[in-house]
Ligand binder design. Sequence first.
Ligand SMILES: [Zn+2]
Length: 466
Amino acid sequence: MRLRFPLRRPNRLVGAMLIVTLSLSAQSALGAGPALAAPAGTATGPLGAAFNTAAARYDVPRDLLVALGYAETRLDGHGGAPSASGGYGLMHLTSNPTVHTLDEAATLTGLDRRALRTDTSANITGAAAVLRSYADRAGLTKADRKDVNRWYGSVVRYGGATNPSVARLYADTVYDLLAAGFTAARGGTVTVAGRPVTPQRGDLARVAALGTGGVGTMSTDYGPAAWAPAYSGNYTVANRPTDYPINYVVIHVTQGSYAGSISWFQNPSAKVSAHYTFRSSDGAVTQSVREKDIAWHAGNWTYNTQSIGIEHEGYVNEPSWYTDAMYRASAALTRNIANKYGIPKDRTHIIGHIEVPGATHTDPGPYWNWTYYMQLVNGVTGIGSGTVNTGGGTLNVRSGPGTNYAVVGSVAHGATVSIYCQAIGTSVTGTYGTSNIWNRIGTNQYVSDAYVLTGYSGFIPNVPRC
Ligand SMILES: [Zn+2]
C-alpha cells in the first residue's frame, strides 16, 4: 500500500526534517494500519533531539518536559514573540514582574536571554535547568527525579500562579497530558505515551481544582463557568446594564495557555482582564470578571464599558488551538449573553478584538472561523451522515481537512459517520471520484469526502461549513 506512492517533499506544516514514514502516510486518505502511527514515547527530528538532550543534561523526565511545553504552547515558539503574560518560546520562559523563569534560565545555563527567547534548543535547555533547580530545592534525589509524579511541585512553581486553584489547574493540565499521551508534529514528531499518573500534589491535594469545588468556585452569572476572580486592580466595578448598556461581545485569543491566562488576570501587574476564558481541549470555561463589571480587554474604554470580553486559549498563528469543543462552548455562552442583554446575534455586535476601533491586537486572527461560530451562535445545527466506501480497506481519519494533517485514527469500510460540518481541503481521488471536500466527523477528526457516500456530489445542504 505505502510503496504505491512516490516520495514527495515533506509538507510545509511539519518542516523539512519530517521523517519518511510520515511523509509516506501523508500521501493517501486510505489507512495502512497501525504501522504508520508513531511508536509510543519516541522523538524524531531536531525538536525531539533538543528535548532528549535537555532532559538528559538536567536529569528531568523527558516526557514531563514535553508535556509542559505542549500545555503552554503546543510546542510552538512563535518566532520568539512574547505571550500576553511575557512568556517566550515553546517552553514559555517568562519575564514579568512576578514570574522570572527567563532570568533564572539565563543564570543557570549561562545562555543569553535572546537565545533563550528565540532559539528552540536554548529555550528547552533553559526550561529544563529551571525545573531541575526547583527539584533540587524541593529535595528530590536522583532516584526521585526518575518519577514524574514527584515533579508536581516544580511544575507548579514553574507556572507561577499565585491562586492555589489556578496553580493546581496549571500543573494538572501537564499531568493530564502525561496520562492521556499525545503526539506533536513540528520539526519531526515528539510522542509522549500515556501512562497512569499519581502526582504528588502536596498541599495542593487539599485544594479543589478549578470548577470542582462547589459553592464559591462556580460563576453566578453563567452556570457552566468556574469562578477565579481577577485581581481587583485589573477591572472596573460597575452596575451594568443599569449604568452602561451591554451592546457587544468581543472575541479574543489569549496568546497564552488557559491556566496561564486566568493566572495573568489575577496578577496585579497585568492591568488587563476578560470576563470569560475558554480552554482549547474541551471547551471548559472560567469567569474572571462579573458581567456587571467592566473588564479591561478591548483597549478602548467605550467598548470596554459596553461589552463582554471572551478569551479563547491559543495563539493567532496556530489553528490547532481552535477546536470544535471550544467553538461550541463559546458559542453557547455568546448565545446566552446575547439573549440576556438583547444583543443582536450578528457580526455588528459580536466582533473580534481587531474590529474594535483603535485596536492594536489582531485577535482572533485569520484562523478563527467566523462563519461556523456565527452558525453556532444562531443555533444552526444541521448534521449530515454518510457511509464509508473504500472498497475494503480502512479510511484514514486526520486532524484537519487534508492529507497533510496527522492521521489520528481510522474508520472501517461500510461504517456510517456523522458529519458535523464540511471544509475545503486537499483534493483526494477515491471511490467517488476526486473531491476537495472533507467531512468533520468528530473533534479534530476529518475524512475525505471522496470515500464517503452522502447522497450529494458537493456540500450537503444544511450542514455547516467548518
Ligand atoms: Zn484580544
